[in-house]
Design a protein around this ligand. Sequence first.
Ligand code: FE
Length: 361
Amino acid sequence: MTMMKTWLTGLSATALLVLSACSDESAQSNESTAQAQDAKVEAQAQDSNKEIVVYTSRKEHLVKPFFEQFTSETGIEINYITDSEAALISRLKAEGERTPADVFITVDAGNLWLATQEGVLQPIESDALEASIPESLQDPENHWFGLTVRARTIVYSTERVNPEELTTYEALGDKQWKGRLCLRTSKKVYNQSLVAMLIARYGEEKTQQIVENWVANLASDPFSNDTKVMNAITAGVCDVGIVNTYYFGRLQKENSAIPLALYWPGQSAEGYGVHVNVSGAGITKHSDNKENALRLIEWLASEEAQQMFAGLNMEYPANENVEPTEEVAAWGQFKADSTNLSKAGELQPAAVKLMDRAGYK
Ligand code: FE
């Protein structure tokens, strides 16, 4: 910005100099040339300052501070609307080339995959993003990049469960957990992605068996959200569940003595690790402001913004050079599943059908 302004001032000064050194006639033509040039430079400056429009399904308080910080650093304004991912994707489709949107930000690789599938995103070429975001957290065709990481892991009652009894997601279907398991509804994309990743690993037949075993162990009908799963465990309805880490973090913040703890499954040498997912961003197919859109996404992946993300929602930074917050780090380190997250989207339709067949409501 500063450089651009200095350059602009410099150019006007040159134009003035030229003017004063010329005769009247040539001065006039020189003047109009200089004016045209000025206008062109100004238009370019305006273009590089052009407002970015973001469509996002993230809660306003999780995006607004980032947009404000970006604007204060770059002078580029950001206009945004928030809505459900499904509504935003259909809006992008309906608007087509006329869309004002430049950037799409949402949670879950399943949703990002769907947006890609629906043709509303375009591939991004960026050395900065390739360098800061691990391979497994970005679309192989670069339609989207993960920005924050959430682990979907096992939560257990510290009063009734010895963590040594726990091993893997699959093992929650073992007989010892009969009547002791609580799950969130299969309608939630988080569980669709989790099951899709199981299909990627084990195939449909074995995964269906795993899900049927879970269903057989349920202590109650599935819950509408992760917090209710944890409340059911503290209330004694069940002893174990599967939740996203930041929901656990929120409960822990409200009550540090809550009798719950996280368990990281699949950590043995052969284990494939914890299922992680992302919130992420892509550039819309018909953005007329690609440069600034990319600038924003690259900034969101930068260490500065990643540090902010870590603090705001108790998620893990996608940029591995940035540490999670102290409270998050206190949950312990874990090995994460390194299967590319695009599988979560690709196999989502199969996962939905499979859960239905297995009686997982
Ligand atoms: Fe969530």
